[in-house]
Design a protein around this ligand. Sequence first.
Ligand code: C5P
Length: 309
Amino acid sequence: MSATYRQHAPAKINLFLHVTGKRDDGYHLLESLVCFTEAGDVLNGELRDDGKITLAITGPMASPLSQAPAEDNLVIRAARLLQQEAQTTLGADLILDKRLPVASGIGGGSADAAATLRLLVDMWKLDLGTESLSRIALSLGADVPVCLNGKTTLMSGIGEKLNDFPELPSLPMVLINPGKPVSTPAIFKAREEDGFSDENLWDITAHYQSGAALAADLQECGNDLTLAATSILPEICDVLNALAREEGCLLARMSGSGATCFAIYDTTDQAEQAANTIASAHDDWWITPTQTLSEQASTLSNIGASFLD
Ligand code: C5P
């Protein structure tokens, strides 16, 4: 029996997201504090020696991806690009367990692409160097480098400048998606008249001992894509209100270009209670209680530990 490799693809949460400018090529300059959650997709893979790359998609969110052309899938694109750059004749049978909603602002596709790079670097025993891998990651999407980094990061540029951030306490969270995909380019286009935030508003050296202290400082920031996203999908306001109304909520905010929103709660029990209460009133929303990954857990999920048997 051949060995199975596994990588987790944690959801990416933009604790704040400021749009600070726009490049001549149309990409926006961002500043964002990014962390990752236990909730995520899972990628499994087995080695092939004939160079072929196959992908099967399973899990509760598989359906929209299974209907799209395989060439568009970020897992396939990441695998082919890595194969080409590394000039390897090896291939892989990949299985993506899709648990995160697609096109939803928590980096599902980017997280899957990053997990693919990590898994295949390990499986194919590649020694590409961080710079080459980061370049490959960025060419797959602006959020792929931060997902490859996999730990709490202050991200800037269009997503290529990464500063590791002092470890945060694990934050009890609820993620909610109202069940409708939103297009990232459409959101950026809709905010064209909104102007830009100042740069360097966040103290890169700050240490936080509690979720409450972090949430208090996050209240001074925001997500500059929220107004545009709610103008396209007003249901996002309902999600934010539902999260904020529950006991123990320290902060409720949209992640990325939406439509997924997150809330930080004071305790794990409060997060679970909030998820249950909201789920009882909204059976068409995707609702997940989770918590952010500590540095140790994210390192384990990202590097090594991928060889299963
Ligand atoms: O890089 P990615 O494929 O995730 O970006 C999707 C689209 O989102 C881009 O084509 C662009 O319109 C917009 N975008 C942007 N500035 C960024 C990231 C994405 O304008 N920093």
